[in-house]
Design a protein around this ligand. Structure first.
Ligand code: PLP
Length: 509
């Protein structure tokens, strides 16, 4: 086919040829034509040269560029659609939907998955949770409190009490909003009104419900940069356009510019012992944030998961929810995952009544109500003051673990190779590597020695985190910090010594 046959103006066809990486002029000489086109497209999709979401050129344009019949292109597209690799939408075009299944797969399930579901393709949380449960891995990656402090005896006593006196309530269906006594206990201990509370199976469920409730595809959401990776994934999965607000500068003028420019549907922030940076926003910044939210009529989702985990130090500023005294613009999310244990799967949302009502209706579709037994038992722990006593023990232990990890890293990692602020609460060290050291390489090398840390990347809505690591210092007893620090030190030194091209090819096997 003469070169001029490809219309230079047709970027879509030219882009496709570039992606499939062949001299498309060879196509007409190979028969049967449509099979050849299928094979080329399939191979490009398999190696991600054409990624999910890629829009293929219209059939007519591709046919004319290749000087083949439109029917041939239609046949190729239809075959790939039938196998689930492409999906056509009337009026919008044909898009890549999924990679080919393994040749041995009995049925092309990938291709049947809804286009919206394919947005949920980030495996970070699943990998984290899996490693945290693996006894052969020392995980400093997942956010886990000191579980050996868990008040097992008190929990067992409370459970026995519940089963002896309230077994009916434990085994019946319960209200979707949560058990009334539990909501009252939460309001009493953590503030707010019982009827403004919706009990959840963990904070992450709250983020999912809020995304379903508030976000339409394409809506902008302003989120901490760096910010909690679970929120990034959930909002992204809901089709939001994510805009990062630099939490390390916490400049409210910058936030105002983002509000003006993007007109976001909501602001998500984790302003107290933030995950991952450990930053706590000052009361002044909090007031300015509230003022902006009210002025631009943008709700704030305040993730208050780490509030109770402050060590001794200056008093923690009130939550945005508390400062918003009429509770009109702030929706607060809380969880027992860091106060007690993530395995409990227990959290709650506090919001104005219409939002709680709407969230309740959405929740009942996926989770008619949060498990009664854990609500009743934790209710006892809150009411009897067990939770507060446990929090004192937990914070003292977390502080010991922080000190041990800080000291071990300072002792074993060569000076200047790992910089971090010492946090006064929360669970993480947010570490900066030297510019020549890639976090991904350090992560891979440490994992070869069965120590897992997280790179900074998943905490950024855009590019970022290539030279940052998050280390959860609370997850391992202080006696193991030296081993963790030595492994990290070795990994950092090796990562720094490797030539750039070798570094890029390090993979965990
Ligand atoms: C800021 C933040 N929000 C929410 C969650 C999720 O908590 P849960 O286990 O209650 O779903 C986490 C867990 O790491 C978190 O760090």
């Amino acid at each position: 086919m003469p070169k001029t046959a490809i219309r230079q103006s047709d970027q879509s066809v030219i882009g496709l040829f570039r992606a499939i990486g062949v001299d498309a002029r060879a196509l007409p000489r190979t028969r049967p034509l449509y099979r050849r086109l299928v094979a080329l497209l399939e191979s490009a999709i398999a190696r991600d040269a054409l990624a999910a979401g890629y829009r293929l050129p219209p059939e007519r344009d591709l046919a004319s560029a290749l000087q083949i019949s439109r029917a041939t292109v239609v046949s190729a597209y239809r075959e790939l659609e039938a196998r689930g690799l492409l999906r056509g939408y009337v009026g919008r075009g044909t898009f890549v939907s999924a990679k080919p299944d393994a040749a041995s797969a009995p049925f092309a399930w990938r291709g049947k998955i809804a286009a919206a579901a394919l947005l949920s393709n980030d495996t970070t949380v699943r990998d984290l949770v899996r490693a945290a449960a693996d006894p052969d891995v020392m995980s400093l990656a997942a956010g886990v409190p000191a579980l050996d402090c868990f008040p097992t005896d008190a929990f067992q006593r409370a459970m026995n009490q519940v089963l002896a006196k309230q077994s009916d309530a434990a085994w019946r269906h319960g209200p979707t909003e949560g058990m009334p006594r539990f909501r009252a206990a939460l309001a009493d201990r953590f503030g707010g009104e019982p009827e403004h509370i919706l009990v959840l199976a963990g904070a992450q469920q709250g983020l999912d419900l809020l995304a379903r409730c508030l976000i339409d595809r394409g809506d902008a959401v302003v989120i901490d940069r760096p910010g909690y990776l679970g929120a990034i994934q959930t909002f992204r999965g809901a089709g939001a356009r994510l805009v990062g607000w630099d939490i390390t500068r916490a400049d409210t003028d910058e936030l105002e510019e983002l509000l003006l420019r993007y007109r976001p549907k909501l602001i998500y922030t984790n302003p107290t012992h933030q995950n991952p940076t450990g930053i706590t926003l000052s009361i002044r910044t909090r007031r300015e944030l509230l003022e902006l939210a009210a002025r631009y009529r943008v709700p704030i989702v305040e993730d208050d998961t780490y509030r109770e985990l402050a060590f001794a130090g200056p008093p923690t500023p009130p939550s945005l929810f508390q400062l918003d005294d009429t509770h009109t613009v702030v929706i607060r999310i809380n969880s027992f995952s860091k106060m007690l244990a993530p395995g409990l799967r227990l959290g709650w949302i506090s919001a104005v009544r219409p939002i709680v009502d709407q969230l309740t209706l959405i929740k009942q579709q996926v989770d008619p109500h949060t498990q009664n037994l854990s609500q009743l038992v934790v209710c006892e722990l809150v009411e009897q003051g067990v939770l507060d006593r446990h929090l004192s023990t937990l914070k003292a232990e977390h502080r010991r673990r922080r000190d041990a990890m800080v000291q071990a890293l300072r002792q074993h990692v060569p000076p200047g190779e790992l910089r971090f602020n010492v946090p006064d609460g929360g669970m993480y060290l947010w570490c900066q590597l030297a510019p020549k050291v890639r976090a991904r390489t350090v992560q891979d090398l440490a994992l070869r020695e069965s120590v897992m840390v997280l790179t900074g990347n998943p905490f950024y809505v855009d590019q970022g985190g290539d030279h940052q690591l998050r280390v959860c210092y609370t997850s391992q007893p202080s006696g193991r910090s030296a081993q963790a620090a030595k492994t990290l030190a070795r990994s950092i030194v090796s990562a720094a010594e490797e030539p750039a091209d070798a570094r890029a090819s390090v993979r965990v096997v």
